[in-house]
Design a protein around this ligand. Structure first.
Ligand SMILES: [Zn+2]
Length: 301
């Protein structure tokens, strides 16, 4: 099953639901960052979470989630855009705690509870919107639900799951989110809760071949609903060699000189995707010339 998400609306949009399968992109994230199981689990949940929260983004609009809980993972940053491109990293990918109850890989402990979830949404307006909420459990799904309720006043249930195989690799990953807007009758709320209880572990469902559409059907059982166009998802970073070189233009002339004379080149690594960009001394000399020319053309004060 390829990675994608699908949304559904019920009760004239008062109930919104989105479900996703993210196995491929989470496996790619694990591979790119050489992440051990606990770190891969946490990163996978966060990537799936940002895919769900960003499911109605358009084009190049982005949503980023930063989770800093003070635990050994050292923090996570994930980002989604309206094209279904996701990227993200965990600061310390070599974290692997003992498997806890129910075979969970200790994500809560690795994330930590002493900190905040930050959500940064850039919709191409003058200022990006940022919101935050304290971390409650470190399990990520609960923390995102708590953020949505306390910061955006949207009652939400969020389920995120990553199944790690025996060899330590990502075997299945996915999630779903259901939100109610503007208050719904008590019996409808109870029906949703009953539906969600019947779904069970989301990563096991994905592993068993349950599709996002089937998850939606089950979450919205008993509600007439409209399923929207699915959106493919993939791990894809926005970095490039050109952008990396542009970043090098930000270092001081002295540092640039050192890289040319002492190091004989430079290497830049993209945090988000772990791609390495190597620049030969010749390229840095050309960059230095370009910067000098630009400076000499700037009007003097
Ligand atoms: Zn990158």
């Amino acid at each position: 099953m390829k990675d994608y998400l699908v949304r559904a609306l019920a009760q004239d949009g008062a109930i919104r639901c989105v479900a996703a399968v993210t196995t491929g992109m989470v496996a790619e994230a694990q591979e790119r960052h050489h992440a051990l199981p606990t770190a891969a689990d946490a990163l996978g949940r966060a990537l799936t979470g940002v895919a769900l929260l960003g499911s109605s983004l358009k084009y190049d609009d982005t949503l980023a989630i930063r989770i800093d809980g003070g635990g050994p993972l050292g923090g996570l940053l994930v980002e989604a855009n309206g094209r279904g491109h996701l990227r993200g990293y965990v600061k310390n990918p070599l974290v692997d705690l003992e498997a806890g109850a129910e075979g969970r890989f200790g994500v809560a402990e690795a994330v930590g509870k002493d900190g905040f979830v930050h959500v940064i949404s850039d919709l191409g307006l003058k200022e990006p919107y940022t919101g935050m909420a304290p971390i409650r459990t470190g399990e990520i799904a609960e923390d995102l639900a708590n953020y949505l309720l306390t910061s955006e006043q949207i009652p939400s249930a969020v389920a995120l799951g990553v199944l790690i195989g025996k060899g330590g690799g990502v075997r299945a990953s996915g999630g779903y989110m259901i939100q109610t807007l503007g208050g719904i009758p008590e019996d409808e709320r109870e029906r949703i809760e009953r539906n969600l209880r019947a779904i069970g572990g989301v990563s096991l469902e994905i592993d068993a071949g349950t599709t996002p559409e089937e998850l939606l059907e089950r979450a919205l059982k008993g509600f007439e609903h409209q399923v929207l166009e699915p959106r493919p998802l993939e791990f894809r970073c926005r970095c490039s060699r050109e952008r990396a070189l542009y970043t090098m233009a930000g270092v001081s002339p002295q540092e640039l000189d050192d890289m040319i004379r002492v190091d004989g080149g430079a290497e830049l690594i993209c945090h988000f995707c772990n791609q390495r960009y190597h620049f030969e001394a010749g390229e840095l000399i050309a960059l230095r010339h370009e910067l000098e020319t630009r400076r000499s053309q700037e009007p003097e004060d």
